[in-house]
Design a protein around this ligand. Sequence first.
Ligand code: ZN
Length: 258
Amino acid sequence: MEVRAGQQTRLWHDCWLGDCPLKVRFHNLFRIATNPDIAVAKAFEQGQWSISFRRQLNDNLREDWQDLQDILSEVQLSDGTDVVRWAWEKSGKYSTSSLYKAMICGGVTDTRAMMIWQSPIPLKVKIFIWMAIHDRIQCGVQLKKKKWSGPEKCFVCDKHETSDHILFQCPLAIFLWSFLRDCLGWSVSPTSCSTLFLEIVERCRGALWSIWKSRNDVVFNKKIVTSPSIPVQGSILGDEVLPLIETTQCPKPSHGFF
Ligand SMILES: [Zn+2]
C-alpha cells in the first residue's frame, strides 16, 4: 500500500512499511493487539500513535514495541486516498508475468517456520514446534479457555501453565536450557517462545519435544520425572528426533554423567 491519509490501510495486515506486514515482523505484538484490524489513520490520532494491547508488555515485547515505535515515528501521513500498488512490479501496476513469478517464488516466509518444515525430524515434532511458536499447544491455560475441567496450574510447580511456562520457565525446562546453554556456549538461555533463537530451532528441536513429553508423562501418566537428566538425555539421544544437537560440541552423556 502507498499510504496517504491511512484510511484504507490496515496497520497490521497490509504491507505498507517495508517488505512485509507488521503482523509478520512484530508477530508477538500483533497477537496481543487490542484491535488487530485497526486502520493506520485510526491508530494515528491527534498527532501521535495510539496502539493498545490486551496485556502488559514484558521485557521482550517492550523491545519490540520500541522498535515498532521507532519505525512508526518516521511515517508521515498526508491527504488523499491510500493507493494499492502491485508489489511485484516496480511500476506498481499489475502484470500476469509478475504474478506468476510471485507464485512460484513463495512470497514472504517465516524463517523459523521454514527451518522447522525443512528439518529432518518426524512430522509430529514439526507440528508440535510450529504450534509452540504460535502458542497453540494444549497447556492448562489454553485448555481452560475451552472449558476444560482440569487445573490450569502446572503439575510440577503450581504456576500458571502456559506454553512458555512448560517449555522454558518450569524448573525442569530451566535446567535443560541451562545445560544446553553451557554445552553450546550461548550467553543466555531462551525464556519464552518469543526469545526462541534460530540456533534452537536448527540444533535443539529435540529439547522442546523432550520437555513436552516429560510434561505429558507427569500430567497424563502420573509419571514423575525422577531426574532432570532424563529429558536432557532424551533431547540429545532420542532416536526419533535425531539429529538434535551436534554432539561433537556437547559432552556425551554417559551412565552416571549427572
Ligand atoms: Zn511448572
